[in-house]
Design a protein around this ligand. Structure first.
Ligand code: NAD
Ligand code: GLY
Length: 359
C-alpha cells in the first residue's frame, strides 16, 4: 500500500492506494473509528463493489444507492442523500462514504458538506478519474442545467481509500477517459511524468499493475501538492483546469452525459495546446506531443463539429473560470509548465474554433 498525505493543517488527510483496500478491515476500522457510516454509491458500482465494502464494514452500515450517470449529478440527487440521512437520523459526527466515480464522489461530498452544515466524508473512488483527481482536493458539487459543477462547496474528505483493483470492472472507455486527467498532470507540471506516460501508455492501456500503480500515485502526489499550496483555487490550483474551459463547454453544449468528462478534457487539452501554439507560447513539437498522446489513448482530440465556434464561445463565457467578465484560459508554455491567463487574442481564439485543428 502507498500512502500520500494532503497536508492541510488540522484538515490533513491520507490517500491510501493499494489493491484490495476495499477489504482491508484494519484500515477502515482506523479511519472510521467507531462512527456510524452510510455508503453512497450508484447502481452500477453497487453491483460490482458494494458487497465487498459492506462485508468489510459490517451489517450496521447504511447504504444509499443512486441512479448512475452524469445526467443524475443534480441537486435533486443530492436531496435523495439528505433524505436518507434524515430518515436514518444521521448526526454531525457520523460519516458518509462515497463509493464510486467522480459523479458519486461529487454528489456525496456535496451532500456531506451541507448536511447539518458539514459531516465527514470518506472518498472510496472506483474510476480512474476519481482515483487520480476528483476524490482528492475537496471540490464537491452538482450540475445546473445552465452550467457544469455550478452548485457546490469545498469540503475536504476525511480520507481517500483508492483500490486500483476496482478498475478491473470499469468499461474500457471510462478507464481511458480517466487517463486524460493523468496526462493533464504531465502537461501542467511534470515534464518527466509526461515523458514517462509517452513511454508507458501502452502498459497503462493494458492496466499493467506497476504502471497503473505509478500513474495513480504520481497523480495523487501532484494533486496533493497543488491542493496543499492553494486549497481554494486562488492561484496555482487553477492549473488543474487545463482543458476544462473548452471541456465544460463541450459537456454543457452536448448535454451533460453525452461525452464523458475525461473525453471532453482530452479534447480541451489538445485545443488549449493548439491555441497556445498559435499564440506563440508553445513549440509546435510540444503541441504535437500533447495531441499524439491523447490520440494514442484513443480519446477525442477536438470539440465535436455540431458545436460551432459561436456556441463554444458562448458556453465558455459562462464557465466558472470567468473573472470580472474576462474569460481565463489555462494554457501550456511548455510540456510541464502552464499558466492561467485572461490576456489573449480573442479573435485568434474565434478563428481557431472556426478553423478546427491545425493539421
Ligand atoms: P462516473 O462517476 O459517472 O463514473 C463513470 C461510470 O462508471 C458510471 O456509469 C459508474 O456507474 C461506472 N463505474 C464507476 N466505477 C466503476 C467500476 N469500478 N466498475 C464498473 N463501473 C464503474 O464518472 P467519472 O468519470 O468517474 O467522473 C466524472 C465526474 O467527476 C464528472 O462529473 C466531473 O465533473 C467530476 N470531477 C470532479 C473533480 C473534482 O475535483 N471534484 C475532478 C474531476 C472530475
Ligand atoms: N479537478 C480540479 C481541481 O480539483 O481543482
Amino acid at each position: 500500500m502507498k500512502t500520500v498525505t494532503v497536508p492541510l493543517g488540522a484538515r490533513s488527510y491520507s490517500i491510501f492506494i493499494g489493491d484490495g483496500m476495499l477489504g482491508d478491515r484494519q484500515c477502515w476500522r482506523d479511519i472510521i473509528a467507531g462512527r456510524r457510516t452510510m455508503i453512497v454509491t450508484d447502481e452500477i458500482v453497487a453491483e460490482h463493489h458494494l458487497g465487498r465494502l459492506t462485508a468489510t464494514l459490517g451489517d450496521d452500515c447504511a447504504t444509499c444507492v443512486l441512479a448512475a450517470g452524469e445526467s443524475r449529478k443534480t441537486l435533486a440527487t443530492a436531496g435523495e442523500v439528505w433524505n436518507r440521512l434524515m430518515e436514518a437520523r444521521f448526526a454531525r459526527d457520523d460519516v458518509l462514504i462515497a463509493l464510486g466515480g467522480g459523479v458519486v464522489g461529487d454528489i456525496a461530498g456535496f451532500a456531506a458538506a451541507c448536511y447539518q452544515r458539514g459531516i465527514a466524508c470518506i472518498q472510496a473512488p472506483t474510476t480512474l478519474i476519481a482515483q487520480v483527481d476528483s476524490a482528492v482536493g475537496g471540490k464537491t458539487g452538482v450540475n445546473h442545467p445552465l452550467g457544469k459543477n455550478m452548485i457546490g462547496a469545498f469540503h475536504q474528505p476525511a480520507a481517500v481509500v483508492a483500490d486500483p483493483g476496482t478498475l478491473a470492472t470499469l468499461p474500457d472507455t471510462e478507464y481511458r477517459a480517466g487517463l486524460a486527467e493523468v496526462i493533464k498532470y504531465g502537461v501542467i507540471l511534470d515534464a518527466d511524468f509526461f515523458a514517462w506516460l509517452e513511454a508507458n501508455i501502452d502498459a497503462l492501456l493494458e492496466q499493467e499493475h506497476d504502471a497503473l500503480a505509478h500513474a495513480i500515485a504520481r497523480s495523487c502526489e501532484i494533486k496533493a501538492a497543488i491542493v496543499a499550496a492553494d486549497e481554494h483555487e486562488q492561484g496555482q490550483r487553477a492549473l488543474l483546469n487545463l482543458g476544462h474551459t473548452f471541456g465544460h463547454a463541450i459537456e454543457t453544449g452536448l448535454g451533460h452525459g453525452r461525452w464523458r468528462h475525461g473525453e471532453a478534457v482530452a479534447a480541451g487539452m489538445v485545443m488549449a495546446a493548439d491555441f497556445a501554439r498559435r499564440l506563440g507560447w508553445l513549440k509546435h513539437d510540444d503541441a504535437r506531443r500533447v495531441r499524439d498522446l491523447v490520440v494514442r489513448t484513443a480519446l477525442p482530440d477536438w470539440a465535436p463539429a455540431e458545436l460551432d465556434a459561436e456556441r463554444l464561445l458562448t458556453l465558455m463565457a459562462s464557465d466558472k473560470k470567468v473573472r470580472g467578465g474576462r474569460l481565463r484560459l489555462v494554457l501550456p508554455r511548455a510540456i510541464g509548465r502552464a499558466e492561467a491567463t485572461a490576456d489573449f487574442d480573442h479573435e485568434l481564439l474565434r478563428r481557431m474554433l472556426k478553423e478546427g485543428p491545425a493539421e
